[in-house]
Design a protein around this ligand. Sequence first.
Ligand SMILES: *Cc1c(COP(=O)(O)O)cnc(C)c1O
Length: 232
Amino acid sequence: MDTQTIKLNTALITGRVRRAEKLAGRAPGEVTLLAATKTRTPEEIRAVIEAGIDACGENRAQELLEKLPSGAYNGKPLHFIGSFQSNKAHLLYGKTDMIESLNSPKAARILSRIGLEQGGVTNVLAEINIGLEPGKAGILPQAAEAFCADIAAMDAMRIRGLMAIPPAGEDGTPYFAAMKELFDRLAKNLPDCFDTLSMGMSGDFEKAIACGATVVRIGTALFGPRDYGAAK
Ligand SMILES: *Cc1c(COP(=O)(O)O)cnc(C)c1O
């Protein structure tokens, strides 16, 4: 999509985020607008950054590592939002500001070990399978407390909160509300850095903000439809 249209879209979406914050009684700018940049070119990514988004999120390790040297994400925090398997840990360690999609104890242990060796800390969110969908990535809600407590006890790891993708094609609100309830319950027994609730995409981010999202991840509404065929 041409960069002028992307910038216009970004201004419109930013306005909708601000309005949703206000309706929810939240402070202006409290919600992080993360651009989901999978399949987008460095030029398209620079356009959303110039237009004022807060962070970028990539789904595939290989794609992220290819775009990184071009300076595509310069000046903004970069999150990994794709399924994070333990074999990605070495590739991605130190390359992002946050792994939003941590969903296995094994991957957590490997990240912790690398961090200990390298002397760095990895910020992570626990990805929750809030719709209890069979075959979908994510920790089940009933296992979330133990998963987060284990990570909080690990060296070189900082558990920052929760992330979820509700079932496609359903109203997101009940799932967002369930996520907020889970988040508040877990936060009572976790360190203060547990402060991030990432939920809501192009079709439902206002509902997510109403339920307490602190990060919304938006792709299509900023960049237009994705063309996976054209992407690497
Ligand atoms: C692609 C993606 C998004 C953005 O989806 P849109 O519907 O295009 O806004 C958000 N979160 C994750 C994890 C994604 O992979």
